[in-house]
Design a protein around this ligand. Structure first.
Ligand SMILES: Cc1cc2nc3c(=O)[nH]c(=O)nc-3n(C[C@H](O)[C@H](O)[C@H](O)COP(=O)(O)OP(=O)(O)OC[C@H]3O[C@@H](n4cnc5c(N)ncnc54)[C@H](O)[C@@H]3O)c2cc1C
Length: 430
């Protein structure tokens, strides 16, 4: 990567560390890598922050692969990672991965006095950008729409509060996406799809805060200051896992209760795990968890699993998994490091305590519509957006694609198909 020329930002090497970072100034140091999508997502935000805060805080970048020893010494193990220093000391907590602008602002403000922060905020400028199409959501549905629109040379922006990929990015193995002889790691499919979309020339605004969405005005505000106006909007915001709303669930979310096996199963090597659910996701994820855990107990409310037959056969052949049918969780608590799940036998109403090292919950999903502002498209009884065969909603110039729409099957292939149809319809209309 070329050296940085911006007045308020400078690239350094390990040899400059003492002089540039430990000399007493207030410093934010960005360890970046090449071929690093979250680093690319961070770069424009870091630049904008440098312009705004640059007189008070020094903005430095350092190439991690070229300065490995220093990175290791500072405990930096992924890119990008931001470190903060004042008076030669490291301060605040580090941030890494898909870093949002608000997370940086939060820390920079803490490094300054209230007056300094006020003066800086007074200098902040709002921006407005105009696009033909704004795609909300960068899962397979949104990315595919982006690929087709980009190739049709239609001015498009793809917006996502996370990094692109959606669920695909956190699925350990995808074996049913056509074109690959062997199962593919989901994050690789996500990577290929988002790189393909980027190469078509569409703009990516990812790892941003969605401040507001107005589907009637076709206006989206991100990071509070940036307004995006579009002629048409494609909603591709997907779904969120259902929670059980059992006492203790919220308290132990991320501290013993997880909703993502790909993210967390690796922490359960030779441990015992409880899985709640009995559909496809629950069975497939339970099977994946057995690669790490010594024992998996599934809790399922019905007398039969609702997963497909192949998944059920794999489960039956796996002696690490047992299923407790017709049971439901009623309470979660932690004693020491042990998670205690109180379950009810639905036939006898008897309550039992089940001990494990961790709990995974896979009990279905709800559509992410609450983030779409006050004017919502027509929805079905389950809260999924209704569309016609061309992916148009009942709101003029608003389309919806992927898992968020009312349909029978929610897969990567069906999401990709929806994205294709919306983009091709739009290409003909514009
Ligand atoms: C654990 C698991 C395993 C799976 N395994 C398979 C499999 O093996 N094969 C298969 O075909 N399918 C699989 N699926 C289903 C498949 O992943 C989904 O059908 C598919 O990802 C749906 O794509 P999507 O683009 O509609 O939504 P998503 O993939 O959910 O992407 C939605 C995107 O929208 C973003 N978003 C959310 N809110 C906003 C907002 N306000 N503004 C902008 N963006 C927003 C999210 O950050 C996300 O990136 C699996 C699903 C799960 C949960």
């Amino acid at each position: 990567m070329e050296g940085f020329r911006e007045a308020n930002m400078k690239e350094i090497n390990a040899v400059d560390f003492e002089k540039e970072v430990l000399s007493g100034d207030k410093v934010v140091l960005d360890f970046y890598s090449t071929e690093c999508p979250p680093c690319e997502a961070l770069a424009p935000k870091f630049e904008a922050m440098a312009e705004l805060y640059g007189e008070k805080i020094k903005f430095l970048k350092i190439f991690r692969q070229g300065n490995r020893e220093l990175a290791t010494e500072l405990g930096v193990s992924s890119s990008p990672t931001l470190l903060f220093f004042d008076n030669g000391q490291q301060i605040l907590d580090t941030i890494s991965g898909g870093i949002k602008k608000s997370e940086i602002v939060d820390r920079l403000d803490k490094m300054l006095t209230a007056e300094e922060v006020k003066a800086i905020k007074a200098n902040q400028k709002t921006t407005i950008s105009e696009y033909d199409i704004a795609i909300l959501g960068g899962g397979p549905a949104g990315l595919t729409a982006g690929i087709y629109l980009g190739q049709a040379k239609i001015k498009t922006v793809l917006i996502d509060p996370a990094l692109p990929g959606g669920y695909m990015g956190i699925t350990h193995q995808v074996s049913n996406y056509p074109g690959f002889e062997q199962p593919q790691p989901g994050f690789m499919l996500a990577h290929y799809m988002s790189e393909q979309a980027k190469h078509t020339g569409i703009d990516f605004k990812v790892a941003v805060d969605i401040t507001s969405v107005d589907l009637s005005k076709k206006e989206i505000v991100i990071d509070e200051l940036e307004t995006i106006r579009a002629k048409k909007i494609i909603i591709a915001t997907g779904t969120t896992p259902n929670t059980m709303n059992a006492p203790g669930e919220k308290d132990y979310k991320g501290k013993g209760i997880s909703y993502c096996a790909t993210c967390d199963a690796k922490y359960f090597v030779n441990k015992e795990v409880t899985v709640i659910g009995g559909g496809n996701s629950a069975v497939e994820e339970a099977l994946f968890i057995t690669k790490f855990a010594s024992k998996v107990t599934m809790i399922h409310q019905f007398a039969k699993l609702t997963a497909n037959q192949t998944a059920i056969e794999h489960l039956q052949a796996n002696d690490k998994i047992t299923v407790m049918y017709e049971h439901e969780p009623r309470n979660f608590e932690k004693r020491g490091n042990t998670m205690i799940t109180t379950i009810e036998d639905l036939k006898t109403k008897e309550l039992k305590e089940l001990e494990s090292d961790g709990v995974f919950v896979f009990i279905g999903f709800k559509a992410n519509v609450s983030v779409l502002g006050d004017t919502l498209p027509e929805m079905d009884n389950w809260g999924y957006i209704k569309t016609n065969a061309d992916m148009q909603t009942n709101l003029p110039n608003v389309y919806a694609v992927g898992d968020i729409i009312s349909k029978k099957y929610r897969q990567i292939t069906t999401a990709v198909a929806d994205g294709t149809i919306a983009a091709m319809t739009i290409s003909k209309e514009l």
